[in-house]
Design a protein around this ligand. Structure first.
Ligand code: ZN
Length: 64
C-alpha cells in the first residue's frame, strides 16, 4: 500500500478546504410555477407556500 512521504501540514489542508469541497456555493435557483418567485428547487415556495400545485403553508398577509 502506498504511503505518503510527508505529513500534510495544517496550512496545506486548511488551504485546500478553503477553496474546494468545504466552501458552500450559492443555492440553486428555480422559479415557482404558482407565483413566479425565485425559490430553491424541491422546496416549498417561500413567497406563496405552494409545492407542486398544493398549498403547504398558508401565508397570513398583514393588511396595512
Ligand atoms: Zn410561489
Amino acid at each position: 500500500m502506498p504511503v505518503p512521504k510527508h505529513k500534510t501540514a495544517k496550512t496545506k489542508s486548511r488551504m485546500r478546504k478553503a477553496t474546494g469541497y468545504y466552501k458552500v456555493d450559492a443555492l440553486p435557483v428555480s422559479t415557482c410555477p404558482h407565483c413566479g418567485a425565485k425559490k430553491v428547487p424541491h422546496r416549498v415556495c417561500d413567497a406563496c407556500g405552494y409545492y407542486k400545485d398544493k398549498q403547504i403553508i398558508t401565508k397570513v398577509v398583514k393588511e396595512a
